[in-house]
Design a protein around this ligand. Sequence first.
Ligand SMILES: [Cu+2]
Length: 93
Amino acid sequence: MILVATMLLVGTVWIQGAFAAAERTVTLAVDHMTCATCPFVVRKALQQVDGVDTVRVDYESKTATVAFDPEIASVSDLTAATTRAGYPSKPKE
Ligand SMILES: [Cu+2]
C-alpha cells in the first residue's frame, strides 16, 4: 500500500515536472526593423531574457518568434526587452 502511494506521488511529481518544462511560443510584431542588421539586435535582446529558449527573427515579415518557459519569462518580458533595444513589439494577433 505504501509502495502504491509512493508510486502515485512520484507520478504526480513527474507530471508536474513535465508541465513546468512545457514551452510556450509567441510571435511578436516588431517595429523599427529597417535594415538587415536589425534582426540580429532584436534576436540578441530576446536571447538575453531569462527563460528564453529559441528566437527566430524574420526581417521580411518583421516578426520575432520566441520559444520560452512561461514559468520564468512572460510575453511582457519579451516585448520590454525588444523595446529597450529600440524595437517596440507586441504579440501578433
Ligand atoms: Cu538596422
